[in-house]
Design a protein around this ligand. Structure first.
Ligand code: F6R
Length: 602
């Protein structure tokens, strides 16, 4: 959460402003830029999204530091936006993370006479640095003062400062930070690799527990391990090389689509094969790890948790003891990890690879000896580094905040692994996925189906609540559909198993209540139809996503003409509906309120 972009380059102010737009998915309630002009630091901050901003005038500068904020401490105001300036104006600072002991530091600083102007935990770091400088009689912030203060902070924090002396200093703990450079010897710092692609040719990842320092006066760039105090080798990786490896298209434009989310939904008919392509050997290794495991855990947050939930469900269905761990409730699973945990495997899904709730449990499991298999979509992410075996989803950059194609890729990965474990041949799976993509393309191109979805979505905007029923193979598809509806169109959507209906939820069904039902042509169909009848008997309106129509359905959304991968196809109508509903209500589809793409704080 929160995005950092810094640059030492010609017209750094423009480079940083454009770079911030590319990482705005990380937080977009306010933004700010500090520029070094004629030896003095100047600040510009605004509340609101940066993408719509035009005619912002910055003085020309070679050294700039920018930030897009996702508020944790202190409301969304210009004062609370980063960067924060030292009182003597010798440095400007941005932070990603949370200073967990900020109250303790704040009261001490206030006792010492420090005058806080913002309500952020970030200003604590500024105050502590200024105190440290005073103590060391420093005019300019030194690396050792920076490290001393960093060591006093509890929690995970990535902090970057620029100084009037033309230095950039950055410490990473948790939230990611990458450095890039180009042939003009210009240097960039950013929260992600992709955002730097227009500006740099090569990059390196700063690891947690490292400090990177750049002196613009002599272009010296060094990285040091904070604990050992030892220099770390600086090895830049060509950007193209890494991106080729990840088979990631650099297409980060919207094309003719009105939103990234709409584009990414449509790309789902084009990228599923990437999940399996080039991974034959890795799947074979994963299969052996799972076969030999005493216990299999699956782990993820939000949408990723539904993909991992479904994966565990599929593994259980083929007789493998698999348990889904809720990352934020992981403590209750700890006792299960005490004996023989080195014989356990945890399958972790994360689009970003930077989700703090997920990575913290991964670290804990690793300490207990659990083997980690991760499926990530972002090259160079922390989760990849933490894993024993890591898959790259290769579905291409997902820039809309709500997950669509990454979720489908994760869910497909789970289906593939359980299919291989139950004896399917890799080549047959490739053919099957290829055919499914073809059917999906046909379905997207079918105007009648698409217009029907649009019409149903328009009607749904008149309602405040919708219930989503799934069961068996479509239980997690129902939960994910409900989450998509909530996130973008802000309708209260509640997903549950249709079996739960008569145990309580039915009390909420009355005349006209919309109930979205996901029906597969399988052994659960009869139970789903009973639930649908029960809803209709109470005047509820059933919108049913299914392959075939039935007189019990008030509205029918037709699925693609295939019996394969119904879990995947049955989610897509809700992805589309939520976009249509958001557009109808005038909401920002790509940047829904209060959310951020990469949840790097706990
Ligand atoms: C929902 C969504 C979130 C993420 C969750 C995990 O549309 O995007 O629920 O799935 O925050 O994020 P990653 O996959 O980056 O670990």
């Amino acid at each position: 959460m929160c995005g950092i972009y810094a640059s030492f380059s010609l017209n750094a102010e423009k480079r940083v402003f454009e770079g911030l737009k590319r990482i705005e998915y990380r937080g977009y309630d306010s933004w700010g830029v500090a520029t070094l002009v004629d030896g003095k630091l100047e600040l510009k901050k605004e509340v609101g999204k940066l993408s719509g901003q035009k005619n912002i005038k910055f003085a020309e500068s070679k050294l700039c530091l920018g930030h897009t904020r996702w508020a944790t401490h202190g409301e969304v105001t210009k004062i609370n936006a980063h960067p924060h300036l030292a009182k003597n104006k010798s440095f400007a600072l941005v932070q990603n993370g949370v200073v967990e002991n900020y109250q303790e530091h704040k009261s001490k600083l206030i006792d010492d006479g420090y005058n806080f102007i913002s309500k952020t935990d970030t200003e604590i770091i500024v105050g502590l640095l200024e105190k440290e400088m005073e103590h060391n009689s420093e005019k300019n912030l030194s690396t050792s003062s920076f490290i001393n203060v960093f060591n006093k902070l509890a929690g995970r924090n990535t902090v970057v400062v620029i100084t009037t002396q033309g230095r950039i200093m950055a410490i990473r703990d948790g939230s990611p930070l990458v450095v890039g450079r180009n042939s003009k010897r210009e240097l960039y710092f950013s929260s992600d690799v992709l955002s730097m692609s227009p500006d740099v040719d090569e990059y390196l990842v700063i690891n947690s527990g490292q400090i990177a320092v750049f002196n613009s006066s002599d272009s010296c760039f060094e990285i040091t391990d904070i604990k050992t105090g030892k220099r770390v080798g600086v090895e830049f990786i060509p950007l193209e090389h890494k991106l080729d490896l990840a088979n990631i298209t650099m297409d980060i434009g919207k094309d003719s689509y009105e939103s990234y989310m709409f584009k990414e939904i449509h790309e789902q008919s084009n990228m599923l094969l990437n999940v399996i392509r080039d991974s034959k050997q890795k799947f074979a290794v994963a299969v052996e790890m799972i076969k030999n495991a005493r216990q299999v855990f699956t782990l993820g947050c939000g949408s990723a948790s539904y993909a991992t939930g479904n994966t565990a469900y599929l593994l259980r269905k083929i007789g493998i003891l698999a348990l889904t761990v809720e990352a934020y409730e992981a403590n209750s699973y700890l006792e299960l990890l005490n004996n023989g945990s080195e014989k356990s495997v945890c399958i972790v899904f994360s689009q970003s690879g930077e989700t703090a709730d997920t990575n913290e449990v991964v670290e804990l499991m690793k300490r207990k000896g659990v083997k980690i298999i991760s499926v990530v979509n972002m090259p160079g992410s922390t989760l990849t580094q933490l894993s024993n075996l890591s898959f790259m989803l290769q579905v291409g950059p997902e820039l809309a905040v709500a997950s669509t194609k990454a979720f489908l890729g994760q869910a497909l990965w789970g289906i593939i692994i359980s299919d291989i474990l139950s004896g399917s041949k890799f080549n047959d799976l490739e053919i099957k996925i290829n055919e499914f993509e073809y059917k999906l393309k046909e379905w997207f191109a079918n105007k009648k189906i698409q217009n029907n979805i649009k019409k149903i979505a328009k009607n749904l905007t008149k309602h405040e609540h919708v219930f989503v029923l799934g069961r068996g193979d479509l239980y997690y598809a129902g939960l994910e559909s409900a989450l998509k509806l909530k996130e973008i169109s802000y309708i209260h959507a509640e997903g549950f198993s249709s079996g739960e209906l008569k145990h309580g939820v039915i009390a909420l069904i009355s005349k006209g209540t919309p109930v979205l039902c996901l029906v597969a042509e399988d052994e659960n169909k009869a139970n789903m139809l009973s639930a649908i009848s029960e809803v209709r008997a109470r005047g509820g309106k059933t919108i049913v996503i299914a392959k075939e129509n039935n007189e019990l359905y008030s509205n029918w959304i037709q699925l693609p003409d295939t019996n394969d991968y119904i879990f995947l196809s049955s989610i897509i109508p809700s992805q589309l509906m939520t976009c249509y509903m958001a557009v109808e209500k005038g909401y920002d589809v790509d940047k829904p309120r209060n959310l951020a793409k990469s949840v790097t704080v706990k």
